[in-house]
Design a protein around this ligand. Structure first.
Ligand code: ZN
Length: 263
């Protein structure tokens, strides 16, 4: 039997077209937590950098005093938003037993403060979403509805088993760690990452509204599709203004204090 492929029909020689390079500068925001002062500074910075797309890894509400304004702003600018645990619990009627008492108090207050239409929007958010060549999730891709925290290699490994895109951005821990998988998983804090072929990345974008890595400045990341670079940005904002809003709303004092500590 002859296994050779049939001869090609004659035709003009053409050079194969190179696929067009993906374009776009994405701003990836997460864990805003109703902190309008921090959100406005982040949005202004992203605009100044020429960001063309905005997406969010969840927790728009909870902890701070401007949930209505933050939901409106995020809906205005973000093409895609995935659901965070605070978005989930603030918009549901389930009891808040598993929640830290501080977070539970604010969740009750947030439920009363948001409009029914805003609550409906929070309830409509997906757990994960693919955007062009990357994925967004609040916690982990293996069991996003269980809200697990990824702080080490083993927790990241579980996630990588379910990751189908080279890059996935996440939030939830409020600590901007990046995990890189080749044969093994390495991780650490980052300023800039050049995404390389043959590697997998699970990248935490830090928290806009309640950083917990000891640095009180607001955090967010950008992803430049043309250069394949992810960059973390830290910004000073009006912490005193956010604290004042917390006190005026009658929310727990501890929530105001932690903003200046970044804890
Ligand atoms: Zn959070």
């Amino acid at each position: 039997m002859d296994h050779r492929p049939p001869p090609r029909p004659p035709g003009p020689l053409t050079t194969p077209k190179r696929p067009a390079r993906p374009q776009g500068l994405y701003a990836i925001l997460g864990d805003i937590h109703s902190n309008l002062q921090a959100l406005e500074v982040v949005l202004a910075d992203a605009r100044a950098r020429g960001c063309t797309h905005y997406v969010c890894v969840g927790d728009v509400v909870g902890y701070n005093a401007n949930p209505r304004e933050c939901v409106d702003r995020i809906r205005e600018v973000c093409a895609v938003v995935v659901r965070g645990n605070h978005d989930h619990y603030c918009a549901s009627q389930t009891d808040l037993e598993g929640f830290h008492p501080l977070a539970a108090d604010v969740a009750q207050w947030t439920r009363r403060t948001l409009t029914p239409e805003q609550l409906e929007w929070l309830r409509s958010l997906p757990y994960t979403q693919r955007v062009e060549s990357f994925t967004l999730v609040h916690s982990t891709l293996d069991t996003p509805e269980k809200w697990g925290y990824v702080f080490d290699r083993f927790e990241a490994e579980q996630n990588f088993n379910y990751q189908k895109t080279t890059v996935c951005f996440f939030g939830h821990t409020h600590v901007p760690l990046a995990f890189e998988k080749t044969n093994e998983v390495r991780f650490g804090l980052y300023n800039k990452i050049r995404v390389q072929l043959g590697r997998w990345y699970f990248i935490n974008v830090g928290s806009v509204g309640q950083p917990r890595d000891g640095d009180p400045r607001a955090a967010y990341a950008t992803y430049n599709l043309a250069t394949a670079e992810v960059e973390l940005h830290r910004l000073e904002y009006d912490i005193a203004g956010a604290q004042k809003a917390i006190r005026e709303a009658g929310l727990p004092e501890r929530l105001a204090e932690r903003l200046e500590l970044g804890r």
